[in-house]
Design a binder for this molecule. Sequence first.
Ligand code: URA
Length: 441
Amino acid sequence: MRMYDLIEKKRDGFELDTDEIRYIISEYTNGNIPDYQMSAFLMAVYFKGMNKRETLDLTMAMRDSGDILDLSGIEGIKVDKHSTGGVGDKVSLVLGPMVAACGVPVAKMSGRGLGHTGGTIDKLESFEGYSTTLSEEKFISNVNNIKIAIASQTANLAPADKKIYALRDVTATVDNISLIASSIMSKKLASGADAIVLDVKTGSGAFMKEEKDAITLAQEMVSIGNGAGKDTIAIITDMDQPLGYAVGNALEVKEAIDTLDGNGPDDLIELCYVLGSYMLVAAGKTEDADMARVMLEKVVEDKSALNKLAELVEAQGGDKSFVYETEKFSKPSIIMEVPSVETGFVEKIDTSDIGAVSLILGGGRETKESEIDLSVGVVLRKKVGDKVEQGENIATLYANDLNKLSLAKDRLLNAFCITVTPAKAQPLIKWIVGKNGVKRY
Ligand code: URA
C-alpha cells in the first residue's frame, strides 16, 4: 500500500476500506508516514468526508494504536460520562460521587483544560495533595474499594489521536464531524467502559455553536459507540451560558461541593440528575429513569454523595477536610465586584467570553505547557433572564494580578447583553440521541 494512492483515492471522493484506514493510522503513529502526507489526507477527509463505516474503522484503528484499559477487574457494569466541553462544566465532580454513592463503579480517566474550557483533572488538583496519576492496579483497586477513581489519561491511550489532533490543530482540519467523533470516541473506547453517556454541548461556549451540528456530532458518536459494542447515548445540552455560576478551578470545586451538599445551582444539579439517571439505567441499577433520579436525589439528601467525594479525595492522597471546610481552598489576593452599567434584563451571555475572562486571569491554558492559577476565575451573579439594576453586581472577579484584572473586567462586561425586554434562557436539556434516533427531551 502507498500513502500517495490513499490520499488520491480520498481526494477523488472514493471510500477507503478497513485495511487501508488501519494502514494509514498505524503507519502514521509509527512515524512511517510523514506529517505532510497525513496533512493532505486529513484535508481530503475534510472536503470529501467519511461514511459511517469508514468513521467507525478510523475510530477503532485509533483506539488500537495504544493501550486499551482492561477494567474487567472491576465488578459491575462500568459507565463512563464524557462532555464535549464547556464553560463552568464541573459536572464530573458532582456526578461521579453521586453515581458511585448509588453503588455504580466510576472509573474515570479525565483530561486537563485547554483554551476557554476547563478540565476535571486541573480542578481536582485544587485539593491539597490530590494525585491525578495512579498506576492501573491502584486505579482498579480504588474503584473496587470505594467505587470511584478519577485520574489523568495515561500517555499511551490512543496515541494516534494525540498525534493527529496536534496536526489538525495547525492544518485547519479540526472542524470535521468524522474527525471530531473518531477523536473523542477512540479515547473513550480505549478507556475501557462498558457503556458511555455523552453530554454534547451546544451554544456560544461550546465547540458546536449550532444545535443541528451538535445533533449530527452526537449521532455520529452514538453510532460509533454502539457500533463498537458499547451501549451509548448522547444528551444535547445548553452551553449558551455557563453551567452554574462559578468559572475557574477552585471556584468550580467549591460550587460542586455546595451542589453535593444540597445548595447548588438549579441547572447544574438538574443536569447531574439527568445524566446520572441515564448512567444508572445503563449500569442496570434500574430500568426506570424516574426511579434512578429518586436514587440520585437520596444520595444528595443524605450526604452520602458528599462523603463519597471526601473518600475519593482521601483515596488519591488529598486532604479531605477541604470538602467540609471549603475556606481552605487557596484564595487569590484580589476580589473585585463588577457592577452593571445598565438597567434591564440579561438577554445573552457570550459564554466563550466568560471562559476567556478566566483564561485572562490565569485560570486556563493558552498552550498545553501553560501553568495555571487554581485560585482565580469569575463567579457570575446574574444569568440569562435575570433582572438587573444599574450599579448592581453582575459578577465577582478573583485575581492575583491587577494588570490582568482590568482586561478581564472589560471582557466580562462585553460578554453581557442587557435589554429592556424580559428575556428567557434556552432549555437546559434539548435532545436525547440514542441508537433508535433523536428525540426532544
Ligand atoms: N475533542 C477531542 O478530543 N477531539 C476533537 O477532535 C475535538 C474535541
